[in-house]
Every structure is written in structure tokens, then in C-alpha cells.
Design a protein around this ligand. Structure first.
Ligand code: PLP
Length: 395
């Protein structure tokens, strides 16, 4: 018998995954070119050539006992962490060194490591809807309590009044994700400044430490020159979770890192505990070959123009169909208002045209649907006449 906790987890298992499986089923039935699967955030831009070269060079050049061995520290190779720290310092004017970096098994691994490090049972973790639905499971893994701030559907910046009102003595962490999955919105500098000021005020009021966890797998995916604020520069107890899944199109390689700054409350203990958490969660260390690969590719970028073309074509096409949506500034998702309140019914209607969308309820924001546009350009172009037929059903 599986555990009660897992029984619930399985019952609530990710709707996104279910959609992905449905996409595969439809593709077999109708042919992949006739299915418009916008369900999963799996990059459709190949990893940069430099990644391939780094893998080949490393395998040829490095001692395989080192390259494929356990790392001395569970946090990862010292030289890799130092290289990442220096690269961040150059970009954001920070003063990190290897000790502030813990290599992780993607952003998901990093979030689990830091939540394991921080949470006592019953501790509250605040998230702003719409949010990445997996946060529910990650917080639940450590018996934390997820506290949702309702969505601001005007511009999808966080609702700060509600945020301030919902912080309690039990608030241990706040997770932000910008550029955001599912909206593509980048939280403005003004938002971040206000959010930081609220956290400072509440820490004083309650005499507690509240950690800001910045989950940023989409940091590099921002369009039209939009700046994504670097949060450790605004709030001392900020922990950054980064991933190469999207920025270098390496989601299956499971590689990323956490930044735990010296300025964060109880930093030394946090760093040691994150090391232990990496081990005892069973990761042991982040994949060693991939640590070395990303260290050689710190200045590499994905082809943003590919996603940008998709973004423009999809956004303009949907507006022409009469749908309501805000233009994404980053990531590769577009959040569209469902023409009917029950967005699950709308997703079902879309499926008749072989269009697969994810219901906003999965992100704590019913009434909307997420369209992941990290797909082939042809998929976008060929889907638009279908979206038009779908829209006509609601006139
Ligand atoms: N956080 C957000 C907001 C995501 O969208 C994703 C993946 O889609 C993750 C974390 C997990 O990413 P990773 O592949 O780095 O574990």
C-alpha cells in the first residue's frame, strides 16, 4: 500500500503532465502536424553548439574518475561554483564566492533543497497566484503550509496589500518567480522594492526571519530589453534558485544552482544545511559532467529570437481572434483569459480542435489558460485558424 500522503499526491498529480500524455495520444491518432500541443514547457530550441562541444571536450580531456565521480562537497565542484559566483558578480555587482553556490538538480531540486533546509512542519510559505503548481507538492514534501495570494488579473503583478495582511509569525518563506510561469510577466523593480519593504517591516514586527526564494529558471528569457531585477540586491535574506533547463535547453540534464548570500540570516548554517539536504534528499550531488559543462558555457545564450517570433505571432494572432491576453515580457508562456468562467470547459472545447491548453486552476488562477509557446513556429501558425474557429464558438 502506498502512503496516505502519496495517495493524495497521486490523486492531485500534475494536470500538465496528463495533458502532455494526451498530446502524445492525439499525435498518434491524427499525426503530430495536426496536433497543437501547448501543454508543456519543454524548450524547442536546441542547446547551443558550445554545450555539445563542452561535453565532447570534457569526455576527451578530463580524468573520467573525476568527471563521473562523486564531488568532494555535496554542493558541487569548487571551481564550477567559483566560476558561477564570478559570473554573477560581473553581471549583478555582487560579491559571491564558491561557498555561496550550491549546485542542484535543476530548479526543482534546488527548491526542494532549500525548503528541506528551512521548513519546520506547519511553517507557512507564501506564493502569488498564478504560480507554478509544483510549489504545492514541494512545500507539502516538508509538511509546510502553502499560503496563496489571490491573482491581480489587471497586470499580474503581485497583490501587495493582501500579501502584507497574510504574513504571520509562521511565515518562513515567500516564493517569487519572475519572469513568471504561467503569465510571462516580469515583476517590476517597484514591485520588488515594495515587497522587500513589507518583508523588512514584518520581520521586525514579528521578530522572525522571512526568506525570499527567487525561483528563476526564466531569468535569461526576457524580451524587448526588459530588465529582470536581481533580488539579492533588494532584500538580504534572498535565496536564488537558478536552472539551465530553459536558458540552455537542458531540462533533462537536471542542472542548476542555489545562491545563498552571506547577507542572508543565519547564512553559514543555511549553507551547511543545504549541503546536507542535497545529500539526504538522495541527490547526493548535482550531475557532475553537467556541472563542468555549464561552467564552460556561462556566456552562452539560447536563441531568444526563436521564442520572440513565436510570442509575437501567437499574441497578435490571438488578439485578432478576439481573445483577451496580456503580452508576455518573458519566459515562453502566454496566459489567456477564457471566454467562459469555467476554463476547464474551454480547454475541453479547444481539444476538439486538437489544441491542448492547461487550465489556470493548475496555477491557482481559474478563468485563464496557459499556452506554452516553446513549440515549432509552424505549430503556432497552423494553430491560429483553429483558434479562430474555437473563438467563433463563443460569439
Ligand atoms: N520553477 C518554475 C517556475 C518552472 O516553470 C519550472 C519548470 O518548468 C521549474 C521550476 C523546474 O525547472 P527545472 O527543470 O530546472 O527543475
Amino acid at each position: 500500500m502506498i502512503s496516505k500522503k502519496m495517495e493524495n499526491m497521486v490523486a492531485n498529480s500534475s494536470a500538465i503532465r496528463a495533458m502532455f500524455e494526451e498530446g502524445n495520444r492525439l499525435a498518434k491518432l491524427y499525426g503530430p502536424e495536426n496536433v497543437f500541443d501547448f501543454s508543456l514547457g519543454n524548450p524547442n530550441v536546441p542547446a547551443p553548439e558550445a554545450v555539445k562541444k563542452a561535453i565532447i571536450d570534457l569526455v576527451n580531456e578530463e580524468d573520467s574518475l573525476v568527471l563521473h565521480g562523486y564531488t568532494n562537497s555535496n554542493a558541487g565542484y569548487e571551481d564550477v561554483r567559483q566560476a558561477i559566483a564570478e559570473s554573477l558578480n560581473e553581471r549583478f555587482g555582487t560579491a559571491f564566492s564558491a561557498k555561496n553556490i550550491t549546485m542542484t538538480v535543476g530548479a526543482a531540486g534546488g527548491l526542494n533543497v532549500i525548503l528541506k533546509t528551512l521548513l519546520n512542519p506547519g511553517d507557512e510559505v507564501i506564493v502569488f497566484a498564478p504560480y507554478f503548481g509544483e510549489y504545492r507538492s514541494y512545500v507539502n514534501n516538508y509538511d509546510g503550509v502553502l499560503v496563496e495570494i489571490s491573482p491581480n488579473t489587471v497586470d499580474f503583478q503581485p497583490k501587495l496589500d493582501e500579501f502584507e495582511a497574510k504574513i504571520t509569525e509562521k511565515t518562513k518563506a515567500v516564493i517569487v518567480n519572475t519572469p513568471n510561469n504561467p503569465t510571462g510577466v516580469v515583476y517590476s523593480e517597484e514591485t520588488i522594492q515594495k515587497l522587500a519593504a513589507i518583508l523588512e517591516k514584518k520581520q521586525k514586527e514579528f521578530g522572525t526571519d522571512i526568506y525570499l526564494i527567487s525561483d528563476e529558471p526564466y531569468r535569461e528569457l526576457a524580451y524587448d530589453g526588459v530588465e529582470v531585477p536581481w533580488l539579492t540586491n533588494y532584500y538580504a535574506s534572498t535565496i536564488v534558485g537558478y536552472s539551465y533547463s530553459k536558458s540552455l535547453s537542458l531540462p533533462g540534464e537536471r542542472i542548476g544552482y542555489l545562491v545563498i548570500p552571506d547577507e542572508a540570516a543565519d547564512s553559514e548554517n543555511l549553507i551547511s544545511a543545504a549541503n546536507v539536504a542535497t545529500r539526504i534528499l538522495g541527490f547526493v550531488n548535482a550531475p557532475t559532467l553537467q556541472q563542468k559543462v555549464v561552467a564552460r558555457c556561462l556566456n552562452e545564450k539560447t536563441d531568444l529570437s526563436f521564442y520572440n517570433r513565436n510570442r509575437e505571432t501567437l499574441y497578435n494572432g490571438l488578439l485578432e481572434c478576439g481573445f483577451e491576453c496580456i503580452k508576455p515580457e518573458g519566459a515562453f508562456y502566454l496566459f489567456m483569459k477564457s471566454p467562459v468562467e469555467d476554463e476547464k470547459a474551454f480547454c475541453a472545447a479547444a481539444k476538439k480542435y486538437n489544441i491542448l491548453l492547461v487550465a489556470g486552476s493548475s496555477f491557482g488562477c481559474p478563468g485563464y489558460v496557459r499556452i506554452a509557446y516553446c513549440v515549432a513556429y509552424d505549430t503556432i501558425v497552423n494553430s491560429l485558424p483553429k483558434f479562430k474557429e474555437l473563438a467563433a464558438e463563443y460569439r
